[in-house]
Structure formats: structure tokens, C-alpha cells
Design a protein around this ligand. Sequence first.
Ligand code: ADP
Ligand code: MG
Length: 560
Amino acid sequence: MKKGNINVSVENIFPLIKKFLYSDHEIFLRELISNATDATLKLKHLNNIGEAQVEYGNPIIEVKLNKEDKTLHIIDQGIGMTAEEVEKYINQVAFSGAEEFLNKYKDSASDSGIIGHFGLGFYSAFMVAERVDIITKSYQDGAQAVKWSCDGSPEFTIEETEKEDRGTEIVLHIAEDSTEFLEEARIRELLMKYNKFMPIPIKFGTKTETLPLPEDAAEDATPETKEVDNIINNPTPAWTKTPTDLTDEDYLNFYRELYPTQFEEPLFWIHLNVDYPFNLTGVLFFPRLGNNINIDQDKIQLYQNQVFVTDEVKGIVPDFLMLLRGVIDSPDIPLNVSRSYLQADGAVKKISQYITRKVADKLTSLLKEDREGFEQKWNDIKVVLEYGVVSEEKFADKSDKFMLYPTVDETYFTWEELNEKIKDNQTDKDGNLVILYASDKDSQDTYISTAKEKGYEVLLLDSPIASHFIQKLEQTNEKVQLVRVDADHINNLIKKDEVVVSRLTDEQKESLKATLESTIDKEKYSVQLEDLDSSDAPFVITQPEFIRRMKDMQKTGGGG
Ligand code: ADP
Ligand code: MG
């Protein structure tokens, strides 16, 4: 037997990285700004623990375009690199300086917000650039600035250079096939997508700011203007703050920042904040949903240390929460892996369960603290909640604490209250509780009145997934049956000794029944004349609950 080492040569690896490492070429900017952010945060950290003594100031990251030279520049005021450090961190592909830093400062740096960890981000620059220069100067006293340059082949040059300020400038000589990244609009779009909430201010160009007029200015005075840095990001978004430091207005402002085209305000929100056994922060907003179920819109955004990663959250958050909006930020979600792996991943499962629990807790406290307000919101949130009960066992388990069951007259019962209310009047001969419901107030109006006259409560379950929800309720509650108000079962509820008065003679009834039955599908419907007493309706055509329900479920797809 012979043992050996597979020989990986850089010549082979480089084109692979270029081609396959990231399917999306545009992420190079995110990676380079992440590195610039890390470099700045590292300096901040070293300063904080006394290992560096520099004027930290208010560092920014600048992104600059030079169309003439066909270059894109990313400039930071972070720790910079010495020539040795360039050798170590840049020339070694897949060696992560970020990871090394976190390991070295394990005890103090875990909250530093440092982003990198695979040691591959920098090379994504070669997806769009034919040559990359690094001009860098370390923060250390008397450091010599160096310039590294590489055209994407394994050969590079490194030389001493002049640079006044500490920090790093990355210069991308944009390749012929990537000139889109020389367009200001395209770069702005990328910055808004990936970097909108990154922790270090990012400057892209300047903007004109109008100065306020002095108090004693003449009426026709024109205000002065000045050019200021155009900072594209909000370095401290709401989810990074402590909930007690935020007002309702702060949350609403953040919502507008996240969804600039959404004019309707959210109903309420949940601030997520956990650091054990995993790290996760975020804010989830409940929008007004009404009866809309639209799951495949990109509503929740996923971040890692304030860097946008994706808005495809399927498999990461429970499906029903995809109806909500907001942000989840967690360095513990392994986003570089396939979706099918994600679904099976233990950490992701725990995160999912945590979020579900937080949502259930919030709903419980809303109901407890402001029942009336909660009832008013019901119609706009019931879709999410019913969906949650149907699809998420952990959510269903807690649902008695926050689910409401509205009647056609807009009385809202909890499950317990409803049971209490109907237990004497609405049972069938086997002792099952029979809950009547309507799915549409207008078309089922006659049936509703009939039922109400008999003193029955009629729920209004009219969401698009009501049939699944009803099925789930019956599955969970053994001796409970839900029956739509126009189903033929309703008459089983009528007590035997009840006096039935009909306004038709027996003969009239027979002939009416025969006429009606000849016009309807007898397999699916039945005609009732006998048991209608004081109702305004001379007769009722009903449909067996199960046939109708099967049809409803087919309409909304899938089983319960
Ligand atoms: P990672 O960020 O995962 O560590 P990268 O390939 O993105 O890997 O970067 C490799 C290393 O190069 C970084 O860890 C860092 O040490 C160094 N580096 C990259 N960009 C900068 C920068 N702007 N300033 C200082 N060091 C940098
Ligand atoms: Mg990186």
C-alpha cells in the first residue's frame, strides 16, 4: 500500500475559486467591505484592550469609482498590514486572518462583531477584476507602507510604497466582462443591498446639504449649501440595540428604513435577542395581512454581523413566519451550505424553535395585556396564526394561550371560553362538542340566523386556510367536531323534544321536496323542510360537511 498527499497547486485552484466559489459575482463588494470593516473593528478592539494606542477617531470606509482608470477603490482606516502580514494573510489562500484574530483574542473579542472566517473573501475580487492592488500601512509605529499587486495568476509583486494614513486601499482594475461595476448606480444598488446596516459608516461620493438659514436672515435669502460625505448606511440599526432603549417610533422608523416602499405601518413587533446557546438578534414585524397569503415574497432578511446575506429564508425560519417582515441576524446560521443540509442542521432547528417560542410568548402577552387591542388586530394576523397552528407543532402546543375564535357577531372567545359557552347547548348524541362556523357571512346568512335562533354560537372562520385549521383543531381535540353552519349535521343538534312548526302542509312539503331534489345533485346535497321552525327560510339545502371540506382543502392545496 502506498500513502500520499494530493497535490493541490495554486494554478489549478485559482480559476476554480474565480468561477465556482461564489455563484454571485456581485458579492465581491460585500466581501471587501466586510474586510475593511473587520480591519476597523480589530483596531477598535486592540485600542480598547490597550494593545494599540492610536487615535481611533471616527473611522469610515470609502468606496470610490474612477471611470477613466476603470478602477473601483475600497479604502479603510483600520489596522492595515505590514509586508509580513500581507505575505501571511493575502498570499495564503484560505487562511483566515479574521479567524486567527478571534482565536487569539478569544476571551475579549467574541462580541467584537468581526465578520470573516473562511479566508476566501478577498479572492472574490478576482471575479470582477483583472488586477488587484493592495496599498496598505499598518497602524504600528513607524510601519512601512507596502503595495501588493496581482493579476489573478499565482504570481504577485510586493514593494514598498508611500501612504500617509494608516489603513488599506484595495484597488480593483475592473475586467472587460464586468464593466457594470464601474457604474455608479450599480455600486449604489449593491451597497444598499448588502451594506445598508454595516457597523462602520460607508462613504460613497458626496451630497449637497442645505444649511439652515440664520434667524435674522432676509426673507429672500438663499440658504447656503455645502458638500458633505454621502454615508449610505445606518451603522446602528434597531436590532443591534437594547429593546429598552427603543421607542415605538424607533421601531417604526426602522421598519420604514427596511421597507421604504411599504406605506402601511406594522401592527406590532418582536425584538429577538439571545446569546445562549446560540447568538441571534433581530426584529420581526407583523404587517396587516388580512386574508392574504403570499409566502414567496422576500420579507425577512437574514444578516450575519450586520452584513446582508439573503432574503431566502426558507428552511431557516418556520414557514408561517415567512409571512412576517423583519431582520434576523445570527453568526450561527451556516449559510454557506445547501438548503437541504440547513433543514437538518441542529443549530438551525434550535433557532427556528426559539423564534417560534418568542412569537408565541409575545402573542400570549399581547392578549393578556390588551385584549381589546388584540381583538382589533385579529383579522389582520389570524392567517399567520392559523398557519402556525397547522404547520408548527410547537406553536400549536401553545396556541390555547393566544388563539381567538371570533363569532359572526364579532365576539372573540379563547378556546377555553368557547368550550365553556357551548358545552351545554351544542353537543351531539355521542357527547361530542359541536362547534358551528360560517365561512362567509353573506352567502350563509340564512343558516347563520337559523342557528342563532336556536341559541348556538357561530364562529366566523373565513381565512384561506380555514379548512386546514379546522382539521387541525379536530385532530388535537378528541371530542370536538367542527361543522359548517350549512352542513346537514346541524339538525343533529336540535333537541328531540323541540316543537317543530312548519308553515307548509305535509302535501306541500312533499311536492316541494320532490321538485328541489330533481334539480340538485342528491349525492352532494340534501333538502330539509321538516326541522325548520321559526326561521324565515321555507327550506334549506345542505351539504355534508366532509364532502365540502374535501373540496375546500383541494382548493388550498395539500393536507392539514
Ligand atoms: P477572512 O476575512 O475570512 O479572514 P479574507 O480572504 O476575506 O478572509 O481576508 C484574508 C485576510 O486578509 C483577512 O483575515 C485579513 O487579515 C487580511 N485583510 C484583508 N483585507 C484587509 C484590510 N482591508 N485590512 C487589513 N487586513 C485585511
Ligand atoms: Mg473576509
